[in-house]
Design a protein around this ligand. Structure first.
Ligand code: PGA
Length: 247
């Protein structure tokens, strides 16, 4: 399975930072066995996508409807036309800031599929759930709900990626024990195979949450960790390129 290393710029980046996108794209050229994605603010997607050669530009969210009266929102078709090849969906910051539910996120996954875009679906537990010992079942449940597996099997698996991001590890410098990451990814792999059969084995599962140059190699070496979703360390090529290299 080709490793997939994805930058999540969140609400960072102005036109002056396209230089940094290009520096990341240049770094990606040196590692052609790694797929590199750069999730940018919508305002940078068009300019960046016209210039990159070795990576794909993506969005960080898309609306679940194809069009309509949704002031301020962007549809998959709009993002695709601007040059986005994929979108992150269900990031915990969107679940928290915009009260997004797994049900809604399942609709977004289908909408992206209909627009022939990739979906990077984020799931992950908060600290209280981790400390209560319920994280494995909670996150597996989130996965099932976010893919609406119970009542909709029309989701194509091509270009679907899962990102496990424990909320308490995002932007905090705290990372779960390697054994805990491995246990979660193994649980999610089992769930994907239970839900989709052998095709579930081919879906990439990324880890996200305080990934940086110093821990990337150990995390990416774990079984069923097929890449990383990187926030803070992805804003500069200097800190992101070593993570691509680690893959
Ligand atoms: P972080 O963010 O790498 O800054 O922890 C990861 C994410 O939120 O995707």
């Amino acid at each position: 399975m080709r490793p997939y290393i994805v930058a999540n710029w969140k609400m960072h980046g102005l036109m002056a930072d396209i230089n940094e996108v290009m520096a990341i794209d240049n770094a990606a050229a040196k590692f052609d066995h790694v797929d590199v994605g750069i999730g940018l603010p919508a305002t940078l997607i068009h300019t960046a996508s016209e210039q990159v050669k070795n990576s794909e530009i993506g969005a960080q969210d898309c609306h679940q409807a194809e069009q309509g009266a949704h002031t301020g929102c962007l549809s998959a078709a709009m993002l695709s036309e601007a040059g986005a090849a994929f979108s992150i969906i269900g990031h915990s910051e969107r679940r928290a800031d915009h009260a997004e539910t797994s049900r809604l996120i399942a609709q977004k996954a289908l909408t992206l599929q209909n627009a022939s875009m990739g979906a990077i679906l984020c799931i992950g537990e908060d600290l209280a759930t981790r400390q209560s010992g319920a994280a494995l079942d909670f996150v597996a449940g989130q996965l099932v709900e976010s893919l609406a597996l119970a009542d909709d099997t029309s989701l194509s698996l091509e270009r679907l990626t899962i990102a496990y991001e424990p909320i308490w590890a995002i932007g905090t410098g705290r990372v779960p024990a390697l054994t805990d990451i491995a246990a979660m990814h193994s649980k999610l792999r089992d769930q994907l195979v239970a839900s989709f059969g052998p095709a579930g084995d081919a879906i990439r599962i990324l880890y996200g949450g305080s990934v940086k140059a110093s821990n990337a190699k150990d995390i990416l070496a774990l079984e069923n960790v097929n890449g990383a979703l990187v926030g803070g360390a992805s804003l500069k090529a200097e800190s992101f390129a070593p993570i691509i290299a680690a893959a």
